[in-house]
Design a protein around this ligand. Structure first.
Ligand code: ZN
Length: 130
C-alpha cells in the first residue's frame, strides 16, 4: 500500500475523512495522488473534509463480492460527492429497516465515522443519510 493511501486510511482509523489539498493552489483531490490535478505541483497536504455530501449513485451488492467481502453480503456501496467538490466510493450504512431502501440519488449523506473492525485494514469510508 502506498504512503498516500496509508495517510487516507490512518485518517479513517482516527475517525477523520481526509482529502488531499494542494499547498500551491488549494485544489482539493480524492483519490490520493502524487501531483496536483490542477497545477501539477507535488507539494500536497491533507485537510479534514466536512463529511457532508450528496449521494451521486449507489447499489446494493447481494452476490459475487470481491475477495475479502464475502462475509458482508448484502452491503451498500455509493458514490458520494463531498461539498469540497471531490467524490469517493463509500460504504453505506443500512437504515433503521436494516436495508438501503431509504437511499436515493441526490440524497444528502454524512460521513459516519465508524470504528474499523479488528484486522480491518481496508481504506473504506462509511456514510449514512444526513
Ligand atoms: Zn495545485
Amino acid at each position: 500500500m502506498s504512503d498516500i493511501v496509508k495517510t487516507f486510511q490512518s485518517g479513517l482509523a482516527d475517525g477523520k475523512l481526509l482529502i488531499q489539498s494542494c499547498n500551491a493552489c488549494k485544489n482539493k483531490m480524492l483519490y490520493p495522488r502524487h501531483r496536483c490535478t490542477k497545477c501539477h505541483a507535488n507539494d500536497l497536504g491533507w485537510v479534514e473534509a466536512s463529511g457532508k455530501g450528496t449521494l451521486h449513485s449507489y447499489t446494493v451488492v447481494r452476490a459475487i463480492p470481491p475477495a475479502g467481502f464475502e462475509g458482508e453480503l448484502p452491503y451498500g456501496l455509493g458514490i458520494v460527492k463531498l461539498e469540497e467538490g471531490v467524490q469517493l466510493m463509500a460504504r453505506l450504512k443500512p437504515g433503521a429497516s436494516g436495508d438501503w431502501s431509504q437511499y436515493a440519488c441526490d440524497a444528502a449523506v454524512a460521513f459516519a465515522r465508524p470504528s474499523p473492525g479488528p484486522g480491518d485494514d481496508r481504506a473504506v469510508a462509511w456514510f449514512k443519510l444526513a
